[in-house]
Design a protein. Structure first.
Length: 180
């Protein structure tokens, strides 16, 4: 649990190896607002995650990084990009950190497949966000290069979000074929 070498009371990472795949599940800090200390904490935390994953990928080439990233990596992942300018979750430093993870050789499994526009994994409870599809895609599964050939499909499962008293997030699901 946690990122080795990062003195952080918040255990935001849990790691396991399952059927030959190193699974790193992360809950990336929200950041609150661009002028918040929590935003600086988020950016520093992302730097530590990047360093950790560099090492993990060398030891475990079959790696998946998944969880709540609290980052919408592109405007297509935001219901109204103009409304979100200057806000946390879409800022350029956050998006740059996401691109840095991709730069390690990881791939956005959701974008490997054709997806409908307006595909989101999070909706604010206020203003009927889910019903009106005013969402963001901030939950991701990034996979290493060796896993690409095993990716069969990836989708956002909206069914749990339709339940009574649901989370404001809904699962992103990746189906993989078995490794040899």
């Amino acid at each position: 649990m946690g990122i080795p070498g990062l003195n952080d009371e918040q255990k935001r990472v849990i790691v396991a190896t399952v059927q030959g795949i190193r699974i790193v599940c992360a809950y990336i800090p929200n950041g609150q607002s661009l002028d918040s200390d929590k935003y600086q904490y988020k950016l520093g935390w992302l730097e530590a995650l990047h360093r950790y994953l560099q090492e993990e990928l060398q030891r475990h080439p079959n790696l998946a990084l998944l969880g709540d990233y609290n980052i919408a990596p592109a405007d297509e992942d935001v219901h109204d990009p103009a409304a979100w300018v200057g806000q946390v979750l879409v800022s350029e430093p956050e998006r740059e950190a996401f691109r840095g993870l991709v730069g390690l050789g990881l791939h956005d499994s959701f974008r490997l497949f054709e997806q409908e526009p307006g595909s989101f994994s999070w909706w604010d409870y206020r203003m009927a966000g889910f019903r009106r599809n005013l969402g963001l895609r901030i939950d991701h599964i990034l996979v290493s290069q060796p896993l690409l050939a095993h990716c069969l499909r990836c989708w956002i499962d909206k069914a749990p979000r339709k339940l009574e008293r649901p989370s404001d997030h809904t699962p992103v699901v990746l189906e993989l074929s078995a490794l040899p």
